[in-house]
Design a protein around this ligand. Structure first.
Ligand code: MN
Length: 598
C-alpha cells in the first residue's frame, strides 16, 4: 500500500479544500452528462481512491474519508482501497449524505461540483445538509482538477453519421416526433444532456467514451424540430455538417452554459430532466429567466422503444456474436480441462473470436473473465496482478459483449471446468430457473421492472439465497450497454415495459471466496400472447449460445422449465450451426442435445 499514490493525492485534495474553506467534498464517478462509463479525464474517483469499479462515490472530510460502493463492488473495493485512508461503506446501508452529516459539525461547509450532480440530487442534499445545520456550497471549478496536475484532456474522437439503414429513422423525423411531444408538454425547447440520447437523436456515433460509441456533447431541441448541437469544434467536419443538415446549428461546447442563459430569455419554457441534467444547467436556465418544465429526457423512452429496423439489426448482431461466443465455449471445452489457461488468455481468445466476425467495432464493456472465487465479484475486472489460472474442477464465468454497427450485445455464461460439485450445480439450477421465469413471463401492459424482478429470485429465495444486483437493464443499439429509463430490479422504477424495449435477463448467485454464477441473455419485449381479457406482453430471447448442461440438476427443473431449456438449445443449434467454425459443430450438437429426465 505504501507505494500507492493515494495518500499524497488525498492530502493534496484536503489542502485544496482548506484553501477554499470547504470542510467536506463529494467525488462522484460520473461526468457532466451523468454517464455511467466515463472517459479518463473524468476518472476522479479512481485517481483519488484507487477504486476502479464502474460505480461508487467518495466523501472527503477534514479528518475522515469514505468510499461508498454497492453490493457488486464490496469485495473489489476491499482489494483496491487503502483502509487507512478511506472507510469502505455499503451504499445500501449508509448513503453518502447520511454519513457526511453524521460526521460533520453544525456550521461547517460541504462542497460539490455543480456540473457533476443532477438537480434532483442536489435539492435532496440541500435539504439533508440544511437539517444538520451544514452549508452546501458549489465549488468554483472541481478541486480535484486543481490538484490532479497530469489529468488527461477531454477526448475528441471523430463524429460519424449513423446510417438510417441501421437507425431505421432519420434524425429529422426523430426531431419532428419529439418536437410534437414538446408542444404537448408546453415546452418551447428541451435540453438534452445524456450522451446516448444525443447520439440517438442526431444519428451520430463517436469514440469519446471507452466501449460506448458516443461523443461528448450537449444539445437543445426546439419546438420546431430545429436543434443546436454543442460540440468541440475540432470534431466538426464537412461530412458531419452535411449529415446534420441546416436545421441543426453547431456551436462550441464551451458556449453551452451561456447558450442556456440566452435560451431562457423572456421566460421561455424549457424542458430539463432533474434526474440527469446537472445543477449548473438548471442554474444557467434560471439565470436567463427560463421557466423550467421538469420532465424525463424526451429521448429516453423513444430511444428505448426500438423500431423494426433496429430490432432486425440487433437480432443479426446477436447471432453473429452468439456464434463467436459458441466458438469460444468450444475452444474452452477443449483447452481448459488439462489446465494452463488463465483469465487473461481466455478473454483474449474470446476477443479473437469476436474479431474474426469481421464486424466487431469494440467490446461493449470490459470482459469479465472470472475464474473460481473471482466470479463471486459480479463486476470483477481482471488485471495483470489479479489474473488467476482457470483450474480443472473449478467454475469459470465470462460476461462480455460486442459493439457492432447493427447492435450491442451482453451475454454471460458460467461453465464447469470438468466435473462440478453438487452445491454449485444446485445453485446454478436455481439461477437457471429464475432466468427461465423471466424468459417465459407473460405480464399485462403497464407492468414495471420491479414487479418482474422477484420472478427471477423466487427459486433462490426458496433456498434462503439471493443476489445483490438487478435482474435486468436496458440495452442500446450500437449504443450504451446499460440504457435507461427502465430496469428490472428491486430498486423502485415506474417505467412500464413496452414492445421493442431490450432488457438483459441476468439472475446470478455469488458465494464470496468460492464461486459465482450468472446466466445472461438479452430479451425484447413483445406484444402477446393473445389472452382472455387484458393486453399481455412477453419476452423474445435474442441471445443464442449454449448454457452449460453440466451444471444443471435436471431433477430440480419442472416439466415446462425443462421444455424451455431444450427448446432454447434446439434454437441455438439450428441458428448457429452454419455460423460456427466447422470444428465447433460436433461440440455444438452435443452441448445443445436435449436434457432428459433421469
Ligand atoms: Mn448485463
Amino acid at each position: 500500500m505504501a507505494s500507492k499514490p493515494q495518500a499524497h493525492r488525498l492530502a493534496a485534495l484536503r489542502a485544496e479544500l482548506a484553501k477554499r474553506n470547504l470542510d467536506g467534498f463529494v467525488v462522484p464517478l460520473t461526468d457532466e452528462h451523468q454517464s455511467e462509463y466515463v472517459a479518463e479525464y473524468a476518472q476522479r474517483l479512481a485517481w483519488l481512491t484507487g477504486f476502479t469499479g464502474s460505480a461508487g462515490t467518495a466523501v472527503v472530510l477534514k479528518d475522515k474519508a469514505a468510499v461508498f460502493v454497492d453490493g457488486r463492488y464490496t469485495l473489489q473495493a476491499a482489494e483496491q482501497i487503502d483502509p487507512k485512508l478511506f472507510d469502505i461503506v455499503s451504499v445500501e446501508k449508509t448513503a453518502p449524505l447520511e454519513w457526511a452529516t453524521r460526521n460533520m459539525k453544525e456550521g461547517e461547509t460541504f462542497g460539490f461540483d455543480p456540473m457533476l450532480h443532477p438537480m434532483a440530487r442536489t435539492e435532496q442534499a440541500k435539504a439533508g445538509f440544511a437539517a444538520a445545520g451544514i452549508k452546501l456550497v458549489e465549488a468554483d471549478g472541481n478541486p480535484i482538477d486543481a490538484v490532479w496536475t497530469d489529468r488527461p484532456g477531454e477526448p475528441n474522437a471523430p463524429v460519424v453519421s449513423y446510417e438510417v439503414k441501421y437507425a431505421g429513422e432519420t434524425s429529422a423525423d426523430k426531431r419532428a416526433r419529439l418536437a410534437k411531444a414538446l408542444k404537448d408538454q408546453g415546452a418551447a425547447a428541451a435540453v438534452i444532456t445524456q450522451l446516448d440520447s444525443i447520439a440517438w437523436l442526431f444519428n451520430i456515433r463517436s469514440g469519446d467514451v471507452l466501449h460506448t460509441p458516443v461523443s461528448l456533447a450537449f444539445a437543445v431541441l426546439g419546438q420546431d424540430g430545429h436543434a443546436t448541437l454543442y460540440l468541440d469544434p475540432v470534431k466538426v467536419t464537412s461530412a458531419l455538417k452535411a449529415h446534420l443538415g441546416n436545421e441543426v446549428a453547431i456551436e462550441a461546447k464551451a458556449k453551452f452554459l451561456s447558450g442556456l442563459k440566452t435560451l431562457g430569455q423572456g421566460g421561455k419554457k424549457v424542458l430539463a430532466d432533474p434526474n440527469t441534467a446537472s445543477t449548473a444547467i438548471f442554474e444557467a436556465l434560471l439565470a436567463g429567466g427560463a421557466k423550467i418544465v421538469r420532465a424525463m429526457d424526451p429521448c429516453a423512452l423513444p430511444k428505448a422503444r426500438k423500431n423494426a429496423v433496429e430490432l432486425e439489426g440487433t437480432r443479426a448482431a446477436h447471432l453473429r456474436d452468439g456464434a463467436a461466443v459458441t466458438n469460444f465455449l468450444h475452444w474452452l471445452s477443449e483447452n481448459a480441462p488439462q489446465g494452463g489457461l488463465d483469465e487473461k488468455k481466455a478473454a483474449a481468445q474470446l476477443l479473437a473470436f469476436r474479431k474474426a466476425t469481421g464486424a466487431l467495432l469494440d467490446l461493449s464493456f470490459n470482459t469479465i473473465s472470472a475464474a473460481g472465487p473471482h466470479a463471486a465479484i459480479p463486476h470483477y475486472r481482471m488485471t495483470d496482478e489479479s489474473n488467476l489460472p482457470i483450474e480443472p474442477g473449478s467454475i469459470y464465468l465470462v460476461d462480455s459483449g460486442g459493439q457492432y454497427f447493427d447492435g450491442t450485445t451482453d451475454i454471460t455464461r458460467t461453465v464447469a471446468i470438468g466435473e462440478a460439485a453438487d452445491e454449485p450445480k444446485e445453485r446454478f439450477t436455481r439461477v437457471l430457473k429464475g432466468h427461465i421465469a423471466i424468459a417465459t413471463a407473460t405480464f399485462p401492459k403497464g407492468t414495471t421492472g420491479p414487479m418482474l424482478d422477484s420472478f427471477a429470485r423466487r427459486p433462490l429465495w426458496e433456498a434462503g439465497l439471493d443476489y445483490d444486483h438487478g435482474t435486468g437493464h436496458g440495452v442500446g443499439v450500437y449504443l450504451a450497454v446499460h440504457e435507461g429509463p427502465g430496469r428490472i430490479s428491486k430498486a423502485p422504477n415506474t417505467v412500464a415495459l413496452e414492445p421493442g424495449m431490450i432488457y438483459s435477463n441476468e439472475p446470478g448467485y455469488y458465494k464470496a471466496g468460492a464461486y459465482g454464477i450468472r446466466i445472461e441473455n438479452l430479451v425484447v419485449v413483445q406484444a402477446g400472447p393473445k389472452a382472455a381479457e387484458r393486453d399481455m406482453l412477453s419476452f423474445e430471447t435474442i441471445t443464442f449460445a449454449p448454457i452449460d448442461k453440466n451444471l444443471v440438476k435436471t431433477e430440480l427443473l419442472t416439466g415446462p422449465e425443462l421444455a424451455w431449456f431444450n427448446a432454447y438449445h434446439r434454437e441455438v443449434r439450428d441458428k448457429l450451426h452454419a455460423l460456427v467454425r466447422l470444428e465447433a459443430r460436433p461440440w455444438l450438437e452435443a452441448a445443445t442435445a436435449p436434457l432428459k429426465v433421469t
